[in-house]
Design a protein around this ligand. Sequence first.
Ligand code: F3S
Length: 749
Amino acid sequence: MKVLEITTAEEAGFCFGVKRAIDMAMEAVQDESDIKVYTLGPIIHNPQVVEKLEELGIRSVEDLSEIDSGVIIIRSHGVEPKTIEQAENKGLTILDATCPYVKKAQKNAQLLMEEGYQTLIYGDQDHPEVKGILGATDYKALIVEDKNDLDEIDLQSKVGIVAQTTKSPASFKELIGLLLNRVKELKIYNTICNTTQVRQSGAENLADDVEIMFVIGGFNSANTNRLAEICSNTGTPTYHIETAEDIEWSWLENINKIGITAGASTPDWLIKEVIQAMSEEKKDLEIEEKEQEEIEELENQEENDEVIETKEEPEVEEVEASKETETDEAEQSDTDEVEETEETEEEEVFQYSDNDIANLEKGQTVEGTVVEINDQGVYVDVNYKTDGFIPLRELSNSDVSDPHDEVSLDEEIKVVILTLEDDEGNMILSKKRADQEVAWDEIEKIHENDEVIEAEVKKEVKGGLVADVGLRGFIPASHVSIGYVEDLSDFVGQTLRLKVIEVDRNNNNVVLSAKKVMEEERAEAKVETLENLEKGQELTGTVTKLVDFGAFVDIGGIEGLLHISEMSWGRIDHPSSVLEEGQEVKVKVLEVDRENERISLGYKQLLPDPWEEFARKHYEGEVIEGKVTKIVDFGAFMEVEEGIEGLIHISQLSHRHVKTADEVVSVDEEREAKIINIDPEQKRVGLSIKELEEPEEKEKTVSSSSSSNDSKGSSSDDKSDKSEEEMPSGATIGERLGDLKSLMDDDEQ
Ligand code: F3S
């Protein structure tokens, strides 16, 4: 049994410009059900479609004077600017369905005019598209209908040219050839739409591959007639039909492979209708064929007995294109027609030759100018027939809420072409990808040159961080910092200085290290710091580590030791009571040992000296309150102000003989004492409790016979008193011993 194969050409039916206009019209009647919707001239030259649109309430008017209100749809050919003005003045709602290719031709003609070129429009002067382009030049451009028109024009030295979108590329090329010989400077905008060419070559290829071709479209449509002609020229029987009703099923007898194409104004539903009808007919044919086979079998059996040799002449019926091309002169100016196409090869060469439209292809990176920014994305002029569109998601690596943050009008940007023409004929671009390409180049260069880059940390991921270097850069946890980092999330949002330690464009891998930068910078700083370090310098450093005996402070690539005894003028139990890790601190260089890279630092030296303050505020003979902090063999220490401890020598504890200080005072006890001596230089305060007591009778007697300086007591058996005699200033040996002991205690800490 035969199998009927039906193949439709890839490019068949509506071009995107027409489809877009029809879709807009349909939407208008849905959205504005109560408002009248008109088209300025028939939106399409297909009787079936026009009928359907009229049923939906979309009426065609020839002139705006015919209407006073409602929605007016500008069809894909576009109109003159003055028509838009008129519609606006009438208060009509304008739906502009001008094909973007046509818009581009208008824009280019206007540009040529503005740039001072004598502007030519190659096209049919009565065609609405050409009128629209002419209007865009304020009617200053000249229309060239064919090469002979050039003889009538006084060509200037600087000429620019655009073409009607449906013109033949070959004839445009010929015209350009002539112009090149006659003008000094020629600027060409190839505004010819290749949709028709693509459709024609697709139909031709299909016709070569099938036994019969059907071309669907209006009999008065020039582009459909041209398609039928091209298919017929391949030698394949070709039928031009408007609807399925035009098919004569006898055409399909003995046919296995059918090809279908359609003109630019043929809607999908008409194509589907034809295919559907053929599929049903196919079933019938199959049934008939089966019945025929059965009959033949029966007849063969009957003829078995009488063998008659016959030689039948095959009945060959050559079928030509069924309908005559009825090119309507009027339609020439009003439809999506094209001129005759010459050799395809030539056209292809021409397309990529002397013209201003770049030879663009998918995946290519090109430069363009931002011409429009809206909420959906950005339009970019890349010198193509239409402006390319960058959707928001293709603008940047990061989320984009306002495209104005990414680009500005007239800005020159690089973009990658994602699609030359999508289903709606739009060129889709990506700035993000172009930026990534640039970023890869830069990252590779930075890696090669071992340079440092700054990048913001975007997020924490398993095993590290991700930074934005125009690409996704990974920072392993071990490379985030020199030391161990407990919580990586602290770095999110921070800008880090980084080195690229690995780049692999093919595997989309960039590995970064902040640690490497820190290590290298630290090494450099260490050398410099050591060279310039001087005893007595005051520096700012960072506490890197606290230990029981002090703190390590980074003073620029090298760490110095700040001993606990150098942290405070007073007594402290642990360094953490004064400093904390990570704290910035001012320190004084006490010692530098360059050979062993050892530095001693002081902190208290930069704090106000409490002894000086004490000496200013207090005086000998003053009674002061304090707290006993320590009891020693030779007396007791009492804190009289923060960081100031005075000594109550054992001889100053009482008038009576005291063997150990705890007979009179105890640690933490708060007492009053009299200042008997202040020595800020030696950092000593001598205190006396004894002087606040009434002397015992015997002592009173002794005392009354002695001089008023009772600190120089004369008791011969009192070792302490003797010492005091040797040190009349009040800085007794006992105190000095006490200080010495105190220092020893500190060292032990
Ligand atoms: Fe536009 Fe080309 Fe169709 S110019 S209207 S897409 S034939």
